[in-house]
Design a protein around this ligand. Structure first.
Ligand code: GDP
Length: 249
């Protein structure tokens, strides 16, 4: 009998949608599934700092270049086709949109950047607002920096990473549109991204691979994000039967 042979118990899921790949506990996947099956409520759209809603929940923010697939990913995560469409409605494109998931986690959809036709004043306004949000938001637990898997990290992403470093704000790369690449290309791009992340003190080293279109890596990203959700809703005392459902004491 060979001793010390690593054993992968059958009940664990080896997540190839993570780089480096690792096991994910079924409990974590289930927590993600349950959380994202709950109600996701639009709270506010903020076009300037004064309009930011008060901080009531832990937050995770989604950020990336325009056209990276952010709306598609947010909709795939929440299982709703139109949740993030508000951010693509003309006139509302520069807003930060806040969605409360099960009243336990705030999902914040930040306006995309790097749009070639954007005017200098629009870029300056975007930068001011995002800087303000990222710097002052105490409850912001993680920034998901969305990166198109075909292109990797590009120049417009770098000031965002520098800002997170300066603010001590944990950010994590989520590769999108992974269905456009073969597995060898996926690993190559992840290695490139990982090498760049190693230079950023605020970068979480783990990279998620996702495809909203083919629904790849969605369960794993839900599991990661569920780790930031509040254990209880603020109204737990008021509605104990709902808040405690499925959680034996
Ligand atoms: P946003 O501007 O970042 O919100 O990006 P959208 O979600 O609107 O997506 C931009 C484009 O990328 C659209 O044409 C989508 O159909 C496409 N897209 C988004 N996600 C995926 C994906 O997972 N796979 C593929 N192949 N295309 C995608």
């Amino acid at each position: 009998m060979i001793k010390n042979e690593p054993i992968t118990p059958e009940y664990k899921v080896v997540a190839t949608s993570l780089f480096p790949s690792r096991d994910i506990e079924p409990d974590a996947l289930e927590a993600g599934r349950l959380l994202f099956a709950r109600e996701c409520r639009f709270i506010a759209g903020a076009a300037d700092a004064a309009a930011l809603p008060g901080e009531s929940l832990p937050e995770v923010a989604f950020l990336g270049r325009s056209n990276v697939g952010k709306s598609s990913l947010v909709n795939a995560l929440t299982g709703r086709r139109t949740l993030a469409r508000t951010s693509n409605t003309p006139g509302r494109t520069r807003q930060l949109n806040f969605f409360a998931l099960d009243e336990r986690l705030m999902l914040v959809d930040l306006p995309g950047y790097g749009y070639a036709a954007a005017s200098k004043s629009a870029i300056a306004a975007w930068t001011r607002l995002i800087q303000h949000y990222l710097r002052q938001r105490g409850g912001l637990r993680r920034v998901c920096l969305l990166v198109d898997a075909r292109h990797g990290i590009k120049e417009p992403d770098r000031p965002v990473m520098a800002l997170c470093d300066a603010a001590g704000l944990s950010f994590q790369v989520v590769l999108t549109k992974i269905d456009k690449l073969g597995s060898t290309e996926q690993v190559a791009i992840a290695e490139d991204v990982a090498a760049e992340l190693a230079k950023h003190p605020a970068a979480h080293p783990e990279i998620h691979f996702t495809s909203a279109e083919k629904r790849l890596g969605i369960a794993e990203l839900r599991a990661t994000l569920a780790g930031f959700a509040a254990a209880d809703r603020p109204d737990a005392e008021v509605r104990p039967s709902v808040a405690n459902a499925g959680r034996p004491r």
